[in-house]
Each structure stands twice: as structure tokens, then as C-alpha cells.
Design a protein around this ligand. Structure first.
Ligand code: FAD
Length: 399
């Protein structure tokens, strides 16, 4: 028959993994694969907290998609998806309409603001290489501005909303960068405040053992991060943030890192969602449209305990590969057993050479944890771009 049309939306962790798998395993003439992405590069989102704080160059978080894709096997379309029409099996982009027989949607997430007044207008978020360029410049601008108005300590106050993965990793990097920035701008480092505001009772990703959380908090506190737990941000203004305990923290910088929701395009298309994430069947397909796979942050997959897996790059990659394998199996008249997540571990960095985590069921801290994270990152780069990419993003990285 005619080759099947496979469309992949998003070249993030999930979408790229699916595309690379299909590129490797599809037989010639079996299907036409189109990968649609807003940009012509893949973003290493898990590195963005470093570019935001300024401990790494934003260009290091980009990987040219053309380098990884074989243009004869995968068509890359740089376009913005505007609408999904699953009943019609089509996708509308700013570069035209695409029709498909199978769709793999890996459009990622967007910040969840929980309707808190002023956040959208006045807070910054860590979500793309462009958004982190803004954060990086803003931090420097605040220090420079303080020099012209030395009474304005709010210019030296940095509020981080949310102490999950992103919030704590960012706070650690920022604390590490501050001494250098203070030297650069002639600012007294003792006047700088980095405040981490967390609604829950403990910082760091859920499920971290209590002694690791304590270790992490001690390390970050020693670097100059102060924590306010069981406290939420009620309002954000150009002058600062109002907290649930009534306190107002005057701050020139507010970074919102307290949660994500699935990409809005999916709920707008009529998929059943919870916080924007599509509840998929055990094979990662939409329950309403079986030819649509959802992978990554936009998919809601329940773990064995009945609670959803948190959105991570690690699960997104496995889901992308699974969706590709499942598609291949269907094309060959086979069926694949349901998706199973192989959780290899979780490590959160706390700035340079410091991290905490659980790997292979063992708690790890300090330099060892940090090195394990570096190895996992290198392992990922190797799977998408081989040794040349690993070297370019590690040894020969832009400083
Ligand atoms: P993404 O990787 O976000 O990819 C989505 C893609 O879709 C992007 O390329 C985007 O450009 C594209 N796209 C979106 N909308 C459109 C549109 N309308 N049209 C066209 N293209 C579009 N996870 C871990 O496992 N370990 C970590 O250590 C870790 N650290 C993190 C640190 C930070 C600072 C952050 C922000 C996240 C971290 N995460 C970590 C989470 C991880 O980054 C996400 O879970 C992961 O990126 C999700 O992959 P995805 O494929 O669903 O989406």
C-alpha cells in the first residue's frame, strides 16, 4: 500500500527520541516521517538553569537538528503548530496543513501560574534558550541598576518561586555565580538575597529521602540561599511578591519555577486532560484517537502506586522510543506490551560539584552525585549525537 504518513510534533526529549528511533528502524518506503518543531535546534532543557544563572552559555543548550536527522529519511519542518484537529487527522501550522495516519505529539509543557495575579506579567520562567537569555541579562541589569541607586536593595533580591527540581537547581547555580557577578559589578555580596519560596513542607523533588533533603538545604543555605517553606506566592507586582503569610518581599527579580502544565494545544484540540496533560492508555495512545501517541510532559501516565509520574526528560525519552516501537509493531502487524517506565534514578544538582539523588536505589551526595549526573547527561548526548556531540558539549563547550 501507500507509505503511511507519520507526523511527530515537537523535537524535544520525547519527539526527538521517537524520530531517531523511526529513522533507524523503518524499512524503506514503509512510511514518511515529518518532524515539526518551532526551531531548527533541539533544546537541552535540563541544562537551562545553568544558562539562566549565567554559569553556562545558552548556546550550549542547543543542538542543531540537521546534525542528528537524516534528511532522506526524516523531513524536518521548522514551523509553529497552531492547532490539532484529531478527528480530521490533521495538524495546522504556520507553514501549512499536515495530514497524518499516525501522530506522535511531544509538545512539552508550559509554566503553570495557578491564576496567581501578576505572575504572568512580572515573573520570568526557565523554559527556552530565549527565556533564559532574558533571565541572564535581567540579573546583570539589576546589579548594574543597583549601582546607580544604592538604596534599592530590592534590585539585589532574587525570589525563586518553587523549590522543586528546577527551582533548587537554579538557586544553587545563581548562588555559585553571585560572587563573580558581585566582583564584576562592584556590589557587596552580603547585600544579595536569594529567597526560595516553597508551598510544600520540603524543597527538592518529591520522593527524595529526608536526609538528602536536609543535606541539600544545608548546602544551599551555606551558599546564601534562604528558604521559606509551606509558604506560597499570592501576588506578584513590579515591586516584588506578596506571600501567604502576609509578608511582602521587595524584589527586582522573580523567577517562577513552581510547576508546569501540558501544552495548551492538546486541551484546545479536545483531548481529555488534567492540568493540560493527556490521560493516555497503557500504550501511550489517546483514548479518543488511537492513532495519536502522546509522549513527554504532555502525557499523563500513572505509576504503579496510581499517582502520575512527574514530567521528566528521562521518562519523555523512554516514551518517545516506545511510541516509535509501538508504531513499527503496528505497521508490521504486531502488538507491543504496554509502556513500562524504567526509572534509573533522580539526581538534582546544587551548583558546582554538588548534587543529591537516588541512583539504583542508593542515596548519593556531593561530588559523586554530581559526576553521576554529568555521566547521565553525556549518555543522553551520546544517544542523540554520538561522541562528536558529547565532546562538543563537554570538552569543547562555549564558555
Ligand atoms: P520538551 O523537551 O520541552 O520539547 C517540546 C518541544 O516542542 C520543543 O522543542 C518545543 O520547541 C516544541 N514545541 C512546543 N510548542 C510547539 C509548537 N506550538 N509548535 C512547534 N513546536 C513546538 N528532567 C529530568 O529528567 N532530569 C533533570 O535533571 C531535569 N532537569 C530540569 C531542569 C530544568 C531547568 C528544567 C526546566 C527541566 C528539567 N527537567 C529534567 C524536565 C525536562 O526538561 C522535561 O521533562 C522534558 O524537557 C520534557 O520533554 P518533552 O519532550 O515532553 O518536551
Amino acid at each position: 500500500g501507500n507509505p503511511k504518513r507519520i507526523v511527530i510534533l515537537g523535537a524535544g526529549y520525547g519527539g526527538l527520541a521517537a524520530a531517531l528511533r523511526l529513522q533507524k528502524k523503518l524499512r524503506r518506503g514503509e512510511a514518511e516521517v515529518t518532524l515539526v518543531n518551532k526551531h531548527d535546534y533541539h533544546t537541552l532543557t535540563t541544562h537551562l538553569h545553568k544558562s539562566a544563572a549565567g554559569t553556562d552559555h545558552p548556546d550550549n543548550a542547543r543542538v542543531d537538528l540537521k546534525e542528528m536527522l537524516n534528511s532522506r529519511r526524516t523531513r524536518l519542518l521548522k514551523a509553529e503548530v497552531q492547532r490539532l484537529e484529531p478527528t480530521e487527522r490533521k495538524v495546522v501550522t504556520d507553514r501549512g496543513v499536515l495530514r497524518y495516519d499516525y501522530l506522535i505529539a511531544g509538545l512539552g509543557s508550559e509554566p503553570e501560574m495557578f491564576g496567581i495575579p501578576g505572575l504572568k506579567e512580572h515573573a520570568l520562567t526557565i523554559r527556552s534558550t530565549n527565556s533564559v537569555r532574558l533571565i541572564r541579562q535581567h540579573i546583570r541589569y539589576m546589579l548594574a541598576k543597583y549601582k546607580t541607586q544604592p538604596k534599592r536593595l530590592d534590585y539585589l533580591t532574587f525570589v525563586v518561586g518553587g523549590a522543586g527540581f528546577t527551582g533548587t537547581e537554579f538557586a544553587g547555580e545563581l548562588a555559585d555565580k553571585m560572587p563573580e557577578l558581585c566582583r564584576l559589578f562592584d556590589v557587596d555580596p552580603s547585600l544579595v538575597r536569594i529567597c526560595s519560596i516553597e508551598a510544600g513542607a520540603a524543597p527538592l523533588p518529591p520522593g527524595m529521602p529526608r536526609e538528602l533533603v536536609r543535606y541539600g538545604m544545608e548546602k544551599l543555605t551555606a551558599k546564601g540561599v534562604s528558604f521559606k517553606l509551606t509558604t506560597s506566592i499570592r501576588e506578584c507586582t513590579p515591586e516584588g511578591v506578596r506571600l501567604s503569610d502576609g509578608e511582602f518581599i521587595p524584589a527586582g527579580t522573580v523567577i517562577w519555577a513552581a510547576g508546569v502544565r501540558g501544552n495548551r494545544l492538546l486541551e484546545e484540540a479536545g483531548f481529555e486532560t488534567a492540568r493540560g496533560r493527556v490521560a493516555v492508555d497503557p500504550c501511550l495512545r489517546s483514548r479518543q484517537h488511537r492513532e495519536v501517541f502522546i509522549v513527554g510532559d504532555s502525557a499523563l501516565v500513572l505509576g504503579p502506586s496510581g499517582t502520575p509520574y512527574p514530567p521528566t526528560a528521562q521518562i519523555a525519552v523512554q516514551q518517545g522510543r516506545y511510541a516509535a516501537d509501538s508504531l513499527l509493531a503496528q505497521l508490521h502487524g504486531r502488538r507491543l506490551p504496554p509502556f513500562r517506565y524504567d526509572h534509573r534514578g533522580t539526581v538534582a544538582t546544587l551548583g558546582r560539584a554538588e548534587a543529591i539523588g537516588v541512583v539504583g536505589g542508593r542515596a548519593v551526595t556531593g561530588l559523586l552525585a554530581y559526576v553521576l549526573k554529568l555521566l547521565a547527561d553525556a549518555g543522553y548526548l551520546f544517544t542523540i549525537g554520538g561522541l562528536p556531540l558529547v565532546l562538543r558539549k563537554t570538552v569543547f563547550r562555549r564558555s
